[in-house]
Design a protein around this ligand. Structure first.
Ligand SMILES: [Zn+2]
Length: 148
């Protein structure tokens, strides 16, 4: 890690936050969390964060990015949104909300919190409780229909 942190206030906030969550604020964790939280609410895959880290001259392997994202998710700093077996997004907005997924652009968007999606929760099997309800609404562009 030879990078200089661009936003010292954010880096200092992230150090405090990581400590409060029980994670040692290593250079890698501080650098990656500063990238993740520098631009408001975002949805990033590990590969996207890897590219951003490279551009910011943060030298880190993709495996370390995966490990760090999983640690951040475990402590509740991020939310993981799984699209399919090969694609997972990490959401810097850890509050409960739902998503649109634009399939042909591989883009995840927040559904406005004022738009109700889940009207009634399903009854879980005996001995289980609902942790959270994540809805991903998959979208594709409408096909133009010729006028009759
Ligand atoms: Zn989101």
């Amino acid at each position: 890690m030879s990078s200089r942190v661009r936003n010292p206030d954010l880096a200092s906030d992230m150090r405090t936050k990581l400590r409060a969550l029980g994670l040692r604020p290593t250079r890698t964790r501080v650098a990656l969390s500063s990238l993740l939280f520098a631009k408001g609410n975002r949805h990033l895959t590990a590969e996207m964060l890897f590219d951003e880290a490279n551009q910011a001259k943060v030298s880190v392997s993709l495996a370390t990015i995966f490990n760090t994202l999983n640690q951040f998710t475990e402590v509740g700093l991020l939310r993981q949104v799984a699209i399919d077996a090969s694609k997972s997004y990490f959401d810097s907005n850890n509050t409960e909300h739902h998503h649109f997924y634009i399939e042909d652009r591989h883009e995840l968007m927040d559904v406005s919190p004022t738009d109700m999606i889940v009207g009634r929760s399903p009854v879980p099997p005996d001995g289980y409780e609902i942790v959270r309800i994540d809805v991903v609404v998959r979208l594709r562009r409408k096909v133009a229909t010729p006028h009759p």
